[in-house]
Ligand binder design. Structure first.
Ligand code: ATP
Ligand code: LTN
Length: 334
């Protein structure tokens, strides 16, 4: 609790261009929840280097991502928007929690398996302990709730297990966090292969809608989206392509799947694709305009970076000191 409010933590990696999946699965929910909670949103650049990055590119993407958080509607006066690498407590807590996490637990993580298959030439220890750094992000701020897409479920479970393990040895040190998955959009699938999640790192640009895609590109990608030969606009597992389009439509319009299906009764896939495309364009356009405006204001973004890093550090240090004391590190002599 901070000032009587529950705490929310979430973050995104500054790798690749954000997709509609990132927005509908995570960022959009962050904005909805931001009034109710005391919120911390990290640009998790330390996680990004678990796969090889070009330094100049990483720096640029991290700043763009931070700007995008604000453009999406997060007020940096109320929400702590900051770079993970500016708060050394993340790395310090991660080291400690590494010593309370089992190899067997980390070996089961599907994201590690997927990423090590994809980057077979660089299966580093950071990639393996990635979930421990993520647990540290969350536990450092004593978060009650963590809004993420469903792909992060395993990491959230691990975070809870590590927190409970630590608490069972040392007393109530950490708040045990709950995951929050949005109703619509928790798992947006690729437009080219609806069995696979939409991902920033997909090689096929037609598979993902990027948040900065212009309206023509968005409409074109939806027109090319893979559906099926059933010729029925139904919301069911057997039609993953159509269901994904309906999910996107619902997440963008606030309608329920039943309402959407009723609306498209008697219509064809072409109509559905145009309507989905238009709903996405109208959600992304204001975000893109605000982003363009904010990017020009260097001094403002710099002030957000500075002030929020200080705020994040303050809360991070509070937890870290407590943990250091619990595990038996000697107190500093002042
Ligand atoms: P990469 O493809 O590089 O692994 P990613 O697209 O999965 O990246 P992350 O930075 O790992 O992006 O995720 C940021 C947030 O977006 C997380 O909360 C994640 O759960 C959510 N997210 C990612 N992809 C989707 C998706 N297709 N549908 C819903 N949520 C998603
Ligand atoms: N692992 C997450 C990004 C992430 C995160 C976090 C999300 C890092 N630390 C803390 C929520 C809370 C991902 O890849 N999507």
């Amino acid at each position: 609790m901070i000032d009587g409010k529950k705490v929310l933590y979430s973050g995104m990696q500054a790798t690749g261009n954000l997709t509609l999946g990132n927005y509908l699965g995570a960022l959009k929910n962050w904005v909805t929840l931001s009034d109710e909670y005391e919120c911390f949103y990290g640009v998790v650049d330390m996680h990004s280097i678990t796969v090889r990055q070009d330094p100049a590119e990483l720096r640029k993407r991290a700043r763009n991502l931070l700007t995008l958080y604000i453009a999406a509607g997060l007020d940096p006066k109320k929400n702590c928007i900051y770079y993970q690498s500016h708060v050394s407590g993340h790395a310090e807590l991660a080291w400690i929690l590494n010593c309370y996490t089992y190899m067997g637990e980390l070996n089961r993580m599907t994201q590690f398996k997927d990423k090590s298959a994809k980057h077979a030439d660089n299966i580093n220890a950071g990639l393996f302990t990635y979930p421990v750094l993520m647990a540290s992000d969350i536990l450092l701020y004593q978060a009650d709730v963590v809004p993420v897409g469903i792909d992060q479920r395993q990491h959230l479970e691990l975070t809870r297990d590590v927190a409970e393990r630590f608490n069972s040895i040392y007393g109530d040190v950490f708040t045990v966090p709950e995951a929050y998955y949005g109703k619509a959009g928790a798992k947006i699938m690729s437009l080219q292969n609806p069995e696979k999640k939409m991902s920033k790192s997909d090689e096929n640009p037609n598979a993902s809608i990027y948040l900065m895609d212009d309206p023509d590109t968005i409409m074109r990608k939806f027109k090319r989206a893979v559906t099926d030969s059933e010729a029925c606009i139904c919301y069911r597992d057997e039609q993953p392509g159509v269901r994904n389009l309906l999910d996107i439509y619902c997440a963008c319009t606030g309608k329920t799947p039943d309402e959407a299906v009723a609306e498209f009764e008697g219509k064809g896939y072409g109509d559905l694709k145009v309507a989905v495309g238009e709903s996405v364009v109208s959600v992304l356009k204001p975000l893109q305009d605000r982003y363009a405006e904010l990017s020009k204001d260097k001094a403002y973004i710099d002030s957000v970076i500075k002030e929020n890093a200080e705020k994040a550090n303050y809360y991070a240090m509070k937890t870290l000191r407590k943990v250091q004391k619990k595990v038996g590190f000697p107190e500093k002599v002042r």
